[in-house]
Design a binder for this molecule. Structure first.
Ligand SMILES: [Zn+2]
Length: 156
């Protein structure tokens, strides 16, 4: 069920920034920097709201050329989340932190660099909700063994 107030806030932010908002018929949110447009699912809670802000962050911050590798992809994802977080003055609700973590973690596992800004964002999310798994912070949690699920992909 859509939250009309949150949906309206996204519309207003996009209007101010000159960004077109479309409904994500594919079911997956996305953004296009060149055409200054976002496609988002219906906004039902603070998590969906943060995800929509994240797409706006892509429009505003994505590099001109699409990412070439996992690290560049992670750069773009972390920058878009950072923009969303900054827009809310660093004050995300719990569902927003959970959304950030589940989305950003997918890209982080391909890079696994604790020095990357994405790591800081993931650790921050894990501080807010101790039940988030899998964790990148190591508060007494055994390290993940990634060997078994290592992807063997030919280099392009
Ligand atoms: Zn993204």
């Amino acid at each position: 069920m859509e939250d009309p107030e949150l949906a309206k806030r996204i519309e207003e932010i996009c209007k101010k920034l000159g960004i077109a908002v479309h409904s994500a018929k594919s079911g997956r949110n996305c953004a296009n920097r060149k055409t200054s447009a976002i496609w988002i699912r219906a906004i039902a809670d603070a998590g969906d709201f943060a995800a929509a802000l994240h797409e706006i962050g892509h429009v505003l911050n994505d590099p001109e050329n699409p990412p070439h590798d996992h690290r560049e992809r992670l750069d773009a994802e972390a920058n878009a989340w950072q923009w969303a977080l900054d827009h809310e003055s660093g004050d995300f609700d719990l569902p927003a932190w959970i959304r950030l973590h589940s989305s950003l973690h997918e890209y982080y596992v391909a890079v696994m660099d604790p020095a990357h800004p994405a790591h800081t964002l993931l650790v921050e999310a894990e501080k807010r909700d101790a039940t988030i798994r899998p964790r990148v912070s190591s508060f007494g949690v055994p390290r993940l063994t990634l060997g078994s699920r290592k992807q063997v992909k030919p280099e392009r």
